[in-house]
Write a new protein. Structure first.
Length: 268
């Protein structure tokens, strides 16, 4: 698993919060064995600066602003970022023992999860003021939303669907490709009625039918970050998908990447 992560405390870890208010890796067997599923390449439309110290875990775009969550214990944060410049406009650090993971939004709330603490948190979307924490079982990896539900990954082949008001799990789907489970589902984004998911430790994104869980396409982002940037910046793996529905723009980045890219998909 993620050997650079360490175990964190599970008990009331937001008390302090309230008071203080890689190079390309070959895809797994489950991915490689699905040649019949369409594969998409990409065209870079634009590249933007990205904080090379941001260990990106979650990403979404709303009202002209990027919202980003970062991980690692002692370095986890939630921030608002200006797309064009990479400038951090607003930031709040999570408690030191927390390993932050995915984020999404619902109404005026920003909802985030943590890796092994079995608890998530809710912030005010505007001020980042802490509102509450909520429990769940198992690990938390990625988050996104549709018009009715919040969708959560846990690093397995299953996606959980949560009630956006209670944040309780209501159902699950298993993600498969040619009948075989596809695990390591990580950062998520809802795009035009389907779920996009990073496959952790690869340069591959899966396009997933939310009704059946079937993979309808693979997006191969091999070579997206130029080799010069990889050598100089020592980035980690691809992670981070955001979609601007108003302008039909798809953004991707990675952990510790110095750039964020707007891309256009090209069917091969």
């Amino acid at each position: 698993m993620r050997n650079w992560k360490s175990t964190v405390c599970q008990a009331s870890f937001f008390t302090a919060f309230v008071c203080s208010c890689l190079a390309f890796v070959p895809v797994s067997n489950s991915v490689a064995a699905t040649a019949a599923i369409p594969t998409y390449g990409y065209e870079v439309v634009h590249s933007y600066p990205h904080d090379p110290n941001a260990f990106t875990q979650g990403l979404f775009f709303k009202d002209g602003i990027l919202y980003e969550s970062t991980g690692l214990q002692g370095r986890s944060s939630v921030r608002k970022v200006r797309l064009e410049t990479g400038e951090v406009l607003q930031k709040i650090d999570l408690p030191g023992q927390i390993f932050g993971e995915g984020i999404t939004w619902w109404g005026k709330r920003l909802i985030g999860i943590t890796w092994t603490s079995q608890a998530g948190y809710v912030l005010d979307l505007d001020s980042f003021a802490f509102q509450k924490e909520f429990p769940y079982k198992g690990e938390g990896w990625g988050l996104t939303r549709n018009d009715k539900e919040i969708i959560m990954s846990e690093g397995t082949a299953e996606l959980r669907f949560l009630d956006p008001e209670t944040l309780r799990e209501t159902r699950r789907i298993k993600v498969t490709a040619d009948g075989k489970p596809v695990d390591q589902l990580n950062e998520l984004e809802w795009v035009k009625g389907e779920i996009l998911s990073n496959i952790w430790q690869t340069d591959t994104i899966a396009r997933i039918d939310p009704k059946t869980g079937k993979v309808t396409g693979w997006i191969n982002l091999n070579g997206l970050l130029p080799m010069g940037d990889r050598i100089l910046a020592h980035p980690d793996v691809l992670n981070g998908i955001a979609y601007d529905a108003a302008k039909d723009r798809l953004f991707v980045t990675g952990k510790l990447w110095p750039k964020l890219f707007e891309i256009r998909l090209i069917k091969r």
